[in-house]
Design a protein around this ligand. Structure first.
Ligand SMILES: Cc1ncc(COP(=O)(O)O)c(C=O)c1O
Length: 381
């Protein structure tokens, strides 16, 4: 099979497109399938971008990013987590997606592998495949908070495994990884010469205790983060990755070749985002209100939420009491109730037919209407 043939489409897009078709016929659809903030980018960020357009040139920046942004991110790590990171280890990328495609090109030789959680963020598998590597999917469940543990690394270990990925808080589950579990996983990775990669893109959107960065446990970990979610900046395409010093030069060479640099305008905007704490806090509170509403409303309808989601804007619900085919269930719910949620199969194979993901990146009133519709559709008014 050719490498490209293994690249899967993002199936939720089909559901989204069908929803848009139904809207074009005059129906209203409640969108709980989309993993994108519904808030506009904070006003100070937009103002900074206007200023950059008017006053600053839009030339390429250095491949590793605007030095002022690298330094501002280093200061942010000190402020946010109390962790010292050398600015030179922070590489600015076109979204975290840019960071991942660059990283796997640096880390993997053909046939080498990466351990991923199943369910997990689906693009990960495809990034690994595009770099010629093999994704190894470890089924994860409520026992480990839907995250990888040292036990998973041991069970799935094979020669040539170069990295293990933790998405914290998780997509699709919204769950946080337990700190002891993360420490043990980091230690197990180090012992085997495999790199812990922590995707922290949903940090800042947590409801309760703030999770520490993996850098606090493991200075050799690779931490990926970005402006898309916490700062509601999906379309600006800017993220970053913190890598160990020994990888900086290889990463820079790959970045110079595959994207030259992240968008200059977006990097200036990102500098302002790092100061927009009040705006982020307002969004976080709104998400939390929505989360609490759904956590109360969904279980009586038959959606079982086994581990409380304390981050991101997702709820991963077990629908075994309602169906044994979550894909058909989601399609029927869209056609018949006008509510879109994502079937488990988008996130992997492990017990996928028993699960769906709700996204609450949608206003509270829409969520309330969605719940009313689902209740009526299931005959539980
Ligand atoms: C866990 C996770 N990582 C990375 C990304 C990609 O984000 P970006 O916009 O920074 O490329 C997403 C987007 O949904 C995500 O859920």
């Amino acid at each position: 099979m050719r490498r490209i043939d293994a690249i899967e489409p993002f199936r939720v897009m089909q559901l989204l497109e069908r929803g848009r078709e139904l809207e074009a016929t005059g129906r209203t659809i409640i969108h709980m399938e989309i993993g994108e903030p519904d808030f506009p980018t904070p006003a100070p960020v937009i103002r900074a971008a206007h200023h950059a357009l008017d006053e600053l040139g839009q030339f390429y920046t250095p491949s590793t990013g605007l030095p002022a942004l690298q330094q501002a991110l280093a200061d942010w790590y000190a402020r946010e987590y109390g962790v010292r990171v050398d600015a030179g280890r922070i590489l600015v990328t076109p979204g975290t997606s840019g960071a991942f495609s660059m990283l796997y090109a640096v880390l993997l030789e053909a046939g080498e592998s990466v351990l991923l959680p199943d369910p997990g963020y689906p693009c990960q598998r495809n990034f690994v495949r595009l770099a010629g590597g093999e994704p190894v999917n470890a089924p994860v469940g409520p026992e480990s908070g839907y995250h990888l543990s040292a036990g998973h690394l041991q069970r799935h270990w094979r020669e040539g495994m170069r990295a293990a990925v933790v998405i914290n808080p998780g997509n699709p589950t919204g769950t946080l990884v337990d700190e002891d579990q993360l420490t043990a996983l980091a230690r197990a990775c180090r012992e085997r010469g495999c790199t812990l990669i922590s995707d922290e893109i949903y940090h800042g959107l947590t409801y309760g205790a703030k999770p520490p960065t993996a850098l606090a446990f493991d200075d050799e970990a690779i931490v990926v983060n970005g402006f898309s979610k916490r700062w509601a900046m999906t379309g600006w395409r800017v993220g970053w990755v913190v890598v160990p010093e020994r990888l900086v030069d290889a990463c820079r060479r790959v970045m110079q070749n595959i994207f030259i640099a992240a968008p200059t305008l977006s990097q200036h905007a990102a500098l302002a985002a790092l100061e927009a704490d009040a705006e982020v806090e307002a969004m976080r509170r709104a998400y939390d209100e929505r989360r609490r509403f759904l956590l109360e409303a969904l279980p009586p309808l038959g959606f079982d939420i086994v581990v409380e989601p304390r981050g991101a804007f997702y709820i991963y619900a077990n629908v075994a009491r309602l169906t044994d085919d979550s894909r058909a269930f989601c399609w029927r719910m869209l056609e018949e109730a006008g509510v879109a949620v994502t079937p488990g199969e988008d996130f992997g194979a492990h017990r996928a037919a028993e699960h769906v993901r709700f996204s609450y990146a949608t206003g509270l009133e829409a969520l309330q209407e969605g719940v009313r519709r689902i209740a009526a559709w299931l005959g539980r008014p």
